[in-house]
Each structure stands twice: as structure tokens, then as C-alpha cells.
Design a protein around this ligand. Structure first.
Ligand code: PRP
Length: 208
């Protein structure tokens, strides 16, 4: 019997939508639904799921310990991208945006502005493309706090409903990039397990 394909799934927000997609594909998702604390779960006899944090999904796929991954474009955009991105799953939709307290002059200021973000590479690339040299401070959580306590002039963060910004008196200055869940594939696996991967990806696409 051939080895099952190993797919890394981002735990949390994307997990439910990915499992629903597997259900629509007719796969047996009982083990994922009853997972308890188990981290490697069989899905039928052709697929094995590893549940991981978003950044780790990319690490596993880059290192080839997982053939395929499901991860948000936000995490992909922040990574170096040594893998193939093959499919937009269309769920997990949100966006990167620049936000600041009302009245902040983000683009017209003559002094160097300070930007807080969990995504320094995305932030750097965005402001570089606008011809701006900015100071970036990496924050691990609740980035919205940074302008409120005087750490930064503005933030680059994920906006889904906009509720977090609103409740903290911040407004969107500009959208940076749309985000949704994507399927990524290890570069070697794409050659060595071509048929199995192509079959999986087209079944995913047909059931979106
Ligand atoms: C994200 C993001 C915002 C919030 C936006 O954080 O960093 O804080 O969601 O959502 P909204 O526009 O619907 O309010 P998340 O909840 O993923 O938590 P995190 O800070 O741990 O990343």
C-alpha cells in the first residue's frame, strides 16, 4: 500500500472550514472530529492530517515532513515562500490593512513613522512599495494596543469584521492585501507524489 499523503492543517479558524470541505469530498473525518489531544489523524486510507499552528504548517511543508498544507495567505505572505501555492480555498477571508487613530497622517508625515505589526515583512514590503522608510516594531498579540499606548503611530494588522479596530478607536487608513486560506505543496513532493497531490487538489477545488 502506498504511504498516505500527509497534510498539515492550521488549527483554529481554518480547521472547521477545512474539515467541512473534507466532508464534502466524501472523506472520513471522524478521527479529526473526535481528536481529543491527538495531533496526527487518519482521514480515510489516503490521507493523514497533522494539526498545527499556521507558521508551523509552512515549516512542515518547507521541510517536506508534510506534503501539503492549508494555511492563510497572511502567514504565507510573511514567510520566504519555498513551496508552491496551488489553490485559493476562498474561506478564512479577511485582509491586511493599515490602521491608525483618526486624524493620524500616515502617508504625509515628514518624520519617520513607527508601525507596529505581527507581520514585519509584509509591513516592510508594503511601505517600501510606497517609497516610505518606516520604523517597524514587532508585536506578538493585540497590535491594536500599540497606537493607544504611544508605541506606534499606526499598525498593519488583520481586519475581519472591523470590530476590534472600532472598539479601540482606530480606523482603516488603507487596505494592504486580501487574505484567504490557501493550499501549499512541498516542492519535492510535487514531483515525487504528483498524481496523488493533483488528485487531492482537484477534488478540493471541485468541492469548494
Ligand atoms: C485578529 C487580528 C485582529 C482581529 C481582527 O486577531 O489581529 O486583532 O483578529 O478581527 P475583527 O476585524 O473581526 O475584529 P486574532 O483574533 O486572530 O487573535 P490574535 O491577536 O491572537 O492573532
Amino acid at each position: 500500500m502506498t504511504k498516505p499523503l500527509r497534510i498539515a492543517l492550521t488549527k483554529g479558524r481554518l480547521e472547521k472550514d477545512t474539515v467541512s470541505l473534507f466532508d464534502r469530498m466524501g472523506l472520513d473525518t471522524e478521527a479529526i472530529k473526535q481528536k481529543g489531544r491527538r495531533l496526527i489523524l487518519p482521514v480515510g486510507d489516503k490521507l493523514e492530517v497533522v494539526l498545527a499552528k499556521a507558521a508551523d504548517v509552512i515549516t512542515y511543508v518547507e521541510h517536506g515532513v508534510c506534503d501539503v498544507g492549508v494555511v492563510g495567505k497572511d502567514t504565507i505572505a510573511e514567510s520566504d515562500g519555498r513551496f508552491y501555492e496551488v489553490l485559493d480555498l476562498g474561506f478564512g477571508k479577511c485582509r491586511f490593512a493599515v490602521a491608525a487613530p483618526a486624524g493620524t497622517d500616515v502617508f504625509g508625515s515628514y518624520r519617520e513613522i513607527t508601525v507596529a505589526s505581527k507581520y514585519p515583512s509584509v509591513t516592510r514590503a508594503y511601505f517600501e512599495q510606497r517609497g516610505m522608510d518606516v520604523r517597524i516594531i514587532k508585536i506578538e498579540g493585540s497590535v491594536e494596543l500599540a497606537p493607544l499606548i504611544g508605541l506606534a503611530d499606526c499598525i498593519v494588522d488583520i481586519v475581519e469584521t472591523g470590530a476590534t479596530l472600532k472598539e479601540n478607536g482606530l480606523t482603516i487608513v488603507e487596505d494592504v492585501m486580501p487574505i484567504s486560506a490557501r493550499v501549499i505543496v512541498n516542492t519535492a513532493a510535487m514531483k515525487l507524489r504528483k498524481t496523488a497531490i493533483e488528485t487531492l487538489v482537484s477534488q478540493m477545488e471541485e468541492n469548494l
